[in-house]
Design a protein around this ligand. Structure first.
Ligand SMILES: *Cc1c(COP(=O)(O)O)cnc(C)c1O
Length: 454
């Protein structure tokens, strides 16, 4: 028996005191966000009906570091620092010379990385006198995290949950209710956006884009009582997630290694940015050359097959126009079992990183993803969220490439959530009901023709 270390833990005192803001270091700044009506760049005041000023200022900040409030760090202590593990058993199963590490965010009370941003978002809203938050949720991870965060700060939480998930995942709804949230299946008749969709298609099973329209409308028409919270995509959300990568830098040091490649799944881009941005900072300022690889599903290939253009963030066209790699705001996802990766667009920060050649992207089909999840579970003992399994599949590809090259490469991936609430997806996989689905080129071309003219 050897006494090889597999777990690299940091003491509570090593929870970061600041978030890292990539906007300070991007070689080319982010393109402006445009008003949907005037098509002119928007300012902080345009966002004020939806977000508290503290978060709006973070959204546009060029400061390299942003202090984490003590109240937020207090709550982070419930699960942070999260462990870094060396997947030695997976390495053996793959018979690879690669060293594979993973950061495990599934230890958070919500089971994913989402609570890293839900907590500060609730905090800043509370500070500015807001009594409740509205939001959307697809797979349910974000709704769960925001329900918990609102509960910690004594706030109301209104969750518009994509109807198909609401029906397929009754326990997700019950978790949110346990934390006091009000959960509505979307599209609903509570909002104008929802009623419009239902009029056109009474059997609509919903989409993230539709649920966003409903949640935004509910906040905007609340007379200032409630604001809106988004679980990914926005700059401040990605910034909050950098606690992940900052801890990782220290933990890799404990392990005495440095990653050649950092991998993570990308839906809106937040967990990947969370682990990747602190390493990108090292690439940009300390001469490191770590490859960053974002992984999307072949069924929702925003970066690898979408167009870099101005588009709406929601389906009804209520949000500002953001330049992003998009599949079109009326994108209707295939019934893919990784709900968190079914968004038509992508974070502006990720899009610029990709466009500026600071990261790579790859798309992985569904069956390879679930095979990777099972390989990982059987060696490391953790059932990953289907979203996270995309990162695992790409990490396994990297480890196999290292084997073919006969090189010891260090691979780090973000295990951004566990899959305990997603067992129906595994059930479908075991029953042989899952298939691979390539997003059709005609659909992409149709949607591109419908992009707003800017
Ligand atoms: C929400 C979620 C995602 C996708 O969102 P990102 O912003 O790209 O991280 C991926 N994995 C898990 C576990 C999630 O909860």
């Amino acid at each position: 028996m050897s006494d090889e270390t597999v777990r690299f833990e940091l003491p509570q005192s090593e929870i970061p005191h600041q978030w890292y803001n990539i906007q300070a270091d991007l070689p080319r700044p982010l393109p402006p966000v445009l008003h949907p009506g005037t098509k002119q760049p928007i300012g902080p005041d345009d966002l004020a009906p939806l977000f508290p000023m503290a978060l709006i200022m973070q959204e546009v900040s060029r400061d390299r570091y942003i202090d984490i409030p003590e109240e937020v760090r207090e709550i982070y202590k419930l699960w942070r620092p999260t462990p870094l593990l060396r997947a030695r058993r997976l390495e053996k199963a793959l018979d690879t010379p690669a060293h594979i590490y993973y950061k495990y965010e599934g230890v958070s009370p919500s089971g994913s990385h989402k609570l890293n941003t839900a907590t500060p978002q609730a905090y800043y809203n509370k500070e500015e006198g807001i009594t409740g938050l509205t939001t959307e949720t697809g797979a349910g991870q974000w709704g769960t995290a925001l329900s918990q965060a609102c509960n910690f700060f004594g706030m109301d939480c209104f969750v518009y949950m994509v109807k198909i998930s609401y029906q397929q995942k009754p326990y997700r709804r019950a978790i949110m209710q346990a934390f006091g949230a009000d959960v509505t299946p979307s599209p609903s008749d509570k909002t104008q956006a929802g009623r419009m969709i239902l009029e056109r298609d009474p059997n609509s099973t919903g989409s993230l884009g539709i649920a966003i329209s409903e949640a935004v409308e509910a906040a905007a028409t609340s007379g200032g009582k409630y604001k809106y919270a988004l679980g990914s995509v926005l700059n401040h959300v990605l910034t909050h997630q950098t606690v992940i990568g900052q801890e990782c830098l220290k933990q890799m040091e404990l392990a005495g290694e440095y990653p050649d490649v950092v991998v993570g799944p990308i839906g809106g881009g937040s967990n990947f940015a969370g682990i990747g941005l602190p390493f990108l900072h090292q690439n940009l300022t300390a001469g490191k050359q770590t490859r960053l690889v974002g992984v999307e599903p072949a069924a929702c290939p925003s970066l690898t097959r979408g167009k870099y253009a101005y588009d709406f963030g929601d389906t009804a066209g209520m949000t500002p126009l953001v330049k992003m790699y998009t599949l079109g705001h009326d994108f209707v996802p295939a019934p893919l079992h990784a709900g968190g990766l079914r968004y038509h667009g992508m974070a502006s920060i990720i899009c610029e990183m990709y466009d500026q050649g600071l990261m790579e992207a790859t798309a992985i089909p569904q069956l390879e993803t679930f095979q990777a999840a099972i390989t990982f579970a059987r060696s490391e003992g953790i059932i990953p969220a289907p979203e996270a399994a995309h990162g695992i599949a790409a990490a396994i590809r990297e480890a196999q490439a290292a084997k073919e090259a006969g090189e010891k490469r260090v691979v780090l991936f973000n295990l951004c959530g566990h899959g305990h609430f997603d067992m129906s997806a595994y059930d479908a996989y075991f029953a042989g009901e899952l298939t691979d689905y390539e997003y059709p080129q005609e659909e992409i071309e149709r949607a591109m023709a419908a992009l707003p003219q800017v």
